[in-house]
Design a protein around this ligand. Structure first.
Ligand SMILES: NC(=O)c1ccc[n+]([C@@H]2O[C@H](COP(=O)([O-])OP(=O)(O)OC[C@H]3O[C@@H](n4cnc5c(N)ncnc54)[C@H](O)[C@@H]3O)[C@@H](O)[C@H]2O)c1
Length: 255
């Protein structure tokens, strides 16, 4: 699919990897709806980028909220042909912590936002994508989700986060197989460590030492590098049904 033809929904689009994806799409001539809970950041970004980027306050876990965002996008742009799931939360909690066992609420919340939220977006947007006119390559759309290398090498304290990301990796192929008859590709990106507001609270030294854990390039990834992979997936019709690690060869240690 040509980036100029892209009309995207990007969840978590007001920050970090999602924001970089929005910027890439607009820069390459496409249009995009920013879906996020963060109203101030989302509206500011949309205002900066002009009419081809719009913001809709959305909770990815709510059917009603996602449907409203979809209707808003279709009303403004006519259709949607790219969906990028970037909304997510990070949690660190041990199974047996100092205050007792892992909270079941925080485990559920992580699965709810990261995994079920991503699936909610996929199931509701797929209904719209299948109605698109196919392009010359018979494509009707592309769906990209964001997992993490923690899906494969979760650290101590990442039981909930790893489970949520492992679920995203696991559902990629069955959904791609189902969507194949509609000309819709389904992919997942598993990032290593990227320099996003997730790391803002860490001091410079801690960020450097995290970056140094990546063999090469030995630094935190830039969000634009994530957006470049989104672009490659959009443009390359043979990429389908798999998860691509984007991690500078990092393999996270137990702690
Ligand atoms: N930064 C990294 O190193 C890294 C590594 C691996 C995976 N990831 C994953 O990439 C994705 C993006 O991470 P990021 O680093 O850009 O984080 P970020 O915190 O900068 O952005 C996440 C965005 O998601 C939004 N969000 C959270 N819950 C939401 C909900 N229920 N509905 C709508 N929006 C919601 C937040 O408001 C925020 O704007 C996440 O899924 C994260 O797990 C990040």
């Amino acid at each position: 699919m040509d980036m100029k033809q892209v009309v995207a929904l990007v969840t978590g689009g007001a920050s970090g990897l999602g924001e970089a994806t929005i910027r890439r799409i607009i820069n390459d001539g496409g249009k995009a709806m920013i879906l996020d809970l963060a109203v101030e950041r989302g509206e500011k970004l949309a205002a900066e980028l002009g009419g081809r980027a719009l913001f809709h306050k959305t909770d990815v876990c709510s059917t009603e909220s996602v449907q409203e965002a979809l209707e808003h996008a279709v009303k403004e742009f006519g259709f949607v042909n790219l969906v990028v799931n970037c909304a997510g939360i990070g949690v660190a909690e041990k199974v047996i912590g100092k205050k007792g066992p892992h909270s079941l609420d925080s485990f559920s919340k992580t699965i709810q936002i990261n995994l079920i939220g991503s699936f909610n977006i996929i199931r509701l947007t797929a209904e719209y994508l299948v109605k698109n006119e196919p392009n010359a390559g018979s494509e009707r759309g592309v769906i990209i989700s964001t997992a993490s290398v923690a899906a494969y090498e979760g650290q101590i304290g990442q039981a909930a986060y790893s489970a949520s990301k492992g679920g995203i990796v696991g559902m990629t192929l069955p959904i791609a197989r189902e969507m194949a008859t509609h000309g819709i590709r389904v992919m997942t990106i598993a990032p290593g460590l990227f320099e996003t507001p997730m790391f803002d609270s860490l001091p410079e030294e801690a960020r450097k030492s995290l970056g140094a854990m990546t063999p090469f390039p030995s630094r935190l990834g830039y969000p634009e590098e994530f957006a470049l992979l989104v672009k490659s997936i959009v443009e390359n019709p043979m990429l389908n049904g798999t998860t691509i690690r984007l991690d500078g060869a990092i393999r996270m240690q137990p702690r």
